[in-house]
Design a protein around this ligand. Structure first.
Ligand SMILES: [Zn+2]
Length: 228
């Protein structure tokens, strides 16, 4: 394990965010790309960007939309209480999870996906409360990681529709693992973040590569027992 990896808190700088229109365009582009790549099918997933720190303001996708055909008019502006300030629609139930990550880590963008590989791995390793990714060259795509010898711990939280409880669980896990770059919800998906939208997007791409590599490897060498 690398000793020199700074924490997410150290890495992410509270730099001024993009303006709302720029953020909305970028989040729509992310939606089209992630839909095409199979990471946000069936209206799943949600994306946000921090556009102001004081007061805190996020641009965030509205609930229940097909991410493959997002338009900037479907992006909302919210405050730190998830109150709608701009746009028509309803903030996602998962908005509170974005706010926890932004407030605790100073993230400039939070992206949430529902891919097949993250869904499978998050179930297989749920009893261990996390998953280790190590030895992969692609780990160097995570912010602050400079060697394949890095050991990335990806915490796994039980999924829930109780987002008040889930927010508390996520907050606690980020305090316990401040160096992590992402968190999985069991049989649900990935939350990752970055200092800006580009870095958060890269983290999704890196994690999705690593999840697929790890899952294919694990399920070939140690397949699940047949159903009885
Ligand atoms: Zn979700």
């Amino acid at each position: 394990m690398s000793q020199a990896v700074p924490s997410a808190e150290q890495l992410i700088v509270n730099s001024p965010g993009p303006d709302f229109d720029q953020a909305a365009e970028s989040l729509c582009e992310i939606g089209r790309e992630f839909y095409r790549r199979g990471w946000v099918f069936g209206t799943s997933g949600n994306f946000s960007a921090t556009i102001s720190w004081s007061p805190l303001r996020l641009a965030i996708t509205s609930s229940g939309l097909d991410k493959g055909s997002l338009s900037p008019s479907k992006i909302l502006e919210i405050d730190s209480d998830s109150q709608l300030l701009r746009g028509k629609g309803r903030p996602s139930a998962e908005t509170d999870l974005h706010l926890v990550i932004v407030e605790q880590l100073g993230a400039g963008s939070v992206l949430h996906t529902h891919s097949i590989w993250s869904t499978l791995l998050s179930d297989r390793w749920a009893a261990d409360t996390g998953l280790v990714l190590e030895g992969y060259e692609m780990l160097k795509g995570l912010s602050g990681v400079s060697t394949h010898e890095h050991r990335e711990w990806v915490p796994i939280l039980e999924n829930s529709q109780d987002y008040v409880a889930l927010r508390a669980d996520l907050s606690a896990v980020l305090k316990r693992h401040p160096k992590c770059h992402g968190v999985l919800l069991r049989k649900h998906g990935l939350y990752t973040w970055g200092r800006d939208i580009a870095e958060a997007r890269r983290h999704v791409e890196i994690f999705e590569f690593l999840f697929e590599a790890e899952a294919r490897s694990q399920f070939v060498t140690n397949p699940a027992p047949p159903l009885k």
